[in-house]
Design a protein around this ligand. Structure first.
Ligand code: NAP
Length: 250
């Protein structure tokens, strides 16, 4: 089995299959973070080389099943997996956490992409927390009237493309107390977030509600239809390898 990873879900799945001698699985990282958690199963790092590259990998490595446990915003990888698995005739299952839903007290402004999120900050200067990763910060460069607090997993190798930016280097999960302290210290008055779902990085959304801060919430990108589940247990069921919870130990 090939697990397309880069998420807490992929790591959890790797922990479970590591204990099951019936499953030989390889976890694949894109290579975006410098020190990814070392998984308890075989692993590889780096792109496959597009759809053809992934198809070739599946065939060369004799992969019988693919579980796409990438982040919901990794739409290109997910689309490539659909096409490559179809071409190589390998069953594919997506393991994807449900998106967050706004609840009473949330002040969300939902937008479709990063560019729309940057535009939604408006003309007046704001103090903005960007919890969106490193890759798309440049979209905020045309809006230099705002002061930004940027959180990154690794220290950046190049200067941030933002005129007025502070930086925090930290790896989730994050808790409410820490998020509240960070946002209050910076005097944030707006948050930009991807609708990642799950509980690893959801504390900032809870704290935004507590502090009545508006959240510019970026909707998930489009991924073509595929078979999808939300839990590791459902993946095991799909594999035909159900096990008792005590046996799994997670
Ligand atoms: P993406 O835009 O969908 O993918 C870009 C390219 O990166 C893919 O075409 C593929 O290259 C390679 N790639 C992506 N995920 C891979 C994986 N697990 N194993 C091997 N190659 C992979 O992806 P992204 O949004 O940059 O995300 C990259 C990784 O970071 C993913 O593993 C994702 O789970 C993780 N991540 C992303 C986010 C986010 O907000 N996007 C947040 C947290 C974690 P080739 O075409 O050469 O195969």
């Amino acid at each position: 089995m090939l697990i397309l990873g880069g998420t807490a879900e992929a790591n959890r799945l790797a922990q479970v299959v590591a204990k099951d001698p019936r499953i030989y699985a390889v976890l694949s990282y894109a290579g975006r973070t410098e020190n990814p958690a070392k998984p308890p199963i075989a692993w590889r790092v780096g792109g496959f080389g597009g759809i053809d590259g992934l198809k070739h990998y599946l065939m060369a490595e004799n992969i019988a099943r693919v579980v796409d446990a990438t982040h919901p915003f990794a739409a290109q990888m997910s689309s490539h997996a659909i096409a490559a698995c179809a071409a190589a005739n390998v069953p594919l299952l997506a393991l994807e956490r449900p998106p967050w839903q706004a609840v009473a007290g949330d002040r969300w402004i939902e937008v479709d992409d990063i560019g729309a999120a940057a535009a939604a900050l408006g003309a007046a200067p704001r103090r903005v927390f960007l919890g969106i990763g490193r890759q798309h910060l440049a979209a905020f460069a045309p809006h230099p009237q705002h002061a930004y607090l940027v959180r990154l997993v690794d220290p950046p190798r190049a200067p941030l493309p933002l005129r007025d930016a502070e930086m925090v280097v930290a790896r989730g999960p994050f808790d409410r107390a820490g998020e509240r302290a960070m946002l209050t210290k910076f005097c944030a008055d707006m948050i930009v977030a991807k609708n990642a779902g799950g509980n690893q990085v959801s504390a900032k959304i809870d704290v935004a509600r507590e502090l009545a801060l508006p959240v510019i919430m970026i909707r998930r990108p489009f991924v073509p239809a595929r078979q999808k589940v939300e839990t590791v247990d459902e993946v095991l069921h799909w594999l035909g390898h159900d096990a008792a919870p005590a046996e799994r130990g997670v």
